[in-house]
Structures are given as structure tokens and as C-alpha cells.
Design a protein around this ligand. Structure first.
Ligand SMILES: *[C@@H]1O[C@H](CO)[C@@H](O)[C@H](O)[C@H]1NC(C)=O
Length: 272
């Protein structure tokens, strides 16, 4: 079932993994956010994503190198644990379908192309963005995107050739895969490393980024003055960010200050 069809089935739309191995499933209703379920894991959980074809299923990754498959309908532990990475982020050959090699440092982020089946991108501490295809084991495109570690990347849902990278050099850069010699845009303003970047699912030229400078920033890269809004509502590093696929204005972010903020930034409620 595509996510567009099942989006009304459940209203769970957000998640958060806490430093020491807890996955919280929050449920939004008229009176606010409610804790729906909580799962524990014996190591830190670093990231989480929902399945797009089963509204009950999520996958997390943890510091012990394993992936956990969870079912929100079942209070007990994970449905499945996949242990192939031998340490944080270091891949080894195992039972995975394919293993992709080439990066020369930690890989911080991967994202499927929303357009091209089997195509995905990865961002790494080796300062490159790489484009891969599951049908061939070698890398397709290597973009020397920054002269710093790249912590995050995202693929534009409106343009199959456009990706964005966010790096330790505080910059966001847009990349057109047809010409990677220089970025198609560069967004400057953050004052510490950029931890995550996400394109808007609703506005073709809008994206959001969060940073170790405690802020979340919204940008319209088509404008000469691209910074739309700076949100500073956390008291620690902001490390997670997502724009709702359901609501054109709703954003969720989270930080080392142990809070999640759900909000509608002014720039999305009143686009200029
Ligand atoms: C982004 O900027 C472009 C160019 O100025 C404008 O046409 C568009 O409406 C803007 N989008 C939003 C959501 O602000």
C-alpha cells in the first residue's frame, strides 16, 4: 500500500530515539501529543525511519552496529534484528543483498532516489556525495561536494537531478547531477556543523536544515536572499528534523536537550 493511501489509517507520524536506546512512538490528536508506545534497546539508537508500505513498521539503527525492525502493534521487542555491521557504521560482508564499497571514511547518511528505481545517494566523512545503483556494485557518480565531512544529504522530490548536502563547514550545497563541477546553490548562515537537511515535500524550492548551532533554518534556494526563517527553540545541538508528508506546514525536530518540537514555522504558513 503506498503511503499516500495509508496516510489516514494511523496518525502516528513522529518518532524519536533517545541517547540510551529508547524508541518512543508519539501519537498526535486534538489535545496534543501522547506517548503511544516505548521500546528499549540495550545500546543507543541513532536513527529511525517508518516503512512506507506498512504503517506499523519502523527500522532503527544502533551503536552496536545492528538494525532493528519494530512493530508498533506489538508491545514486545523488535520483530527482527539484523546484525551485520561490526561496529558503528562500518559495513562488512554478510547476509545483506549487496554491500557497496568505495567511501573512504564514515558514511553518515543514505537516501533513495524518489525518482529512479534502485538508485541511492550517500554522504560521507570522506567529503564526497556518491550516487549508486543497486544493479551495479560500483559507484556511478562521485561528487567532491565539500572540503569537510558531509553529515547529511537529501534528494529533491521535484527534480530528479537535484540533491542537497549539509556539512561540517556550515554550508548547504545543491548539486545537479548533470553538472557536478560546481554547486547550483550554496546556503550560508549556520555557524556550526549541519546535522540534517530535508527538502520540503510540498514546495519545490524549499528545504530545512538543523545544526549544532542549536538552530533550524528554512531556505528557499530560488530566492536571491534564500534564508526564510531561523528557528531557535532548542537549548542544545539540534540533530533531527523532518517535514510532514501529511501537512504542508508541519515540522518536527529534536535535539540533545531531550525535547521534540512540533510546530508550523511562519515561513511555511505564509509563504512569500
Ligand atoms: C521561492 O522563491 C521563488 C522565487 O522567488 C518563488 O516563486 C516561490 O513562490 C518561493 N516559494 C516559497 C514557498 O516561498
Amino acid at each position: 500500500v503506498p503511503w499516500q493511501v495509508q496516510k489516514h489509517v494511523l496518525d502516528f507520524f513522529f518518532f524519536f530515539s533517545l541517547g540510551c536506546g529508547t524508541l518512543l512512538i508519539l501519537d498526535q490528536n486534538e489535545s496534543g501529543l501522547r506517548l503511544f508506545r516505548s521500546f528499549d534497546w540495550n545500546d543507543g539508537l541513532f536513527d529511525v525511519t517508518w516503512s512506507e508500505n506498512n504503517e506499523h513498521v519502523l527500522v532503527t539503527c544502533s551503536g552496536d552496529g545492528s538494525l532493528q525492525l519494530w512493530d508498533t502493534a506489538k508491545a514486545a521487542g523488535p520483530l527482527q534484528v539484523y546484525k551485520e555491521h561490526t561496529q558503528e557504521w562500518d559495513p562488512t560482508v554478510g547476509k545483506s543483498l549487496c554491500t557497496f564499497r568505495g567511501h573512504e571514511s564514515v558514511i553518515y547518511s543514505t537516501i533513495w532516489s524518489p525518482h529512479i528505481p534502485g538508485c541511492f545517494a550517500s554522504a560521507s566523512g570522506d567529503q564526497t556525495l556518491r550516487i549508486w545503483d543497486v544493479k551495479s556494485t560500483g559507484v556511478r557518480i562521485v561528487v567532491p561536494a565539500h572540503q569537510a565531512e558531509i553529515l547529511s544529504c537529501d534528494w529533491c522530490k521535484y527534480n530528479e537531478n537535484l540533491l542537497v548536502t549539509g556539512a561540517v563547514d556550515c554550508s548547504l550545497r545543491g548539486w545537479d547531477l548533470r553538472n557536478i563541477r560546481q554547486p547550483v546553490f550554496e546556503l550560508l548562515g549556520h555557524t556550526y556543523a549541519i546535522r540534517r537537511v530535508k527538502f520540503s515535500p510540498f514546495h519545490a524550492s524549499v528545504l530545512a536544515s538543523c545544526s549544532y548551532d542549536f538552530t533550524v533554518r528554512f531556505w528557499n534556494f530560488s530566492k536571491p536572499d534564500p534564508l526564510l526563517e531561523t528557528v531557535e527553540h532548542h537549548t542544545e545541538f539540534t540533530c533531527g528534523l523532518d517535514l510532514s508528508l501529511q501537512s504542508p506546514t508541519q515540522v518536527a525536530d529534536c535535539a540533545w536537550d531531550e525535547t521534540i518540537k512540533i510546530y508550523d514555522p511562519v515561513c511555511l504558513t505564509m509563504p512569500a
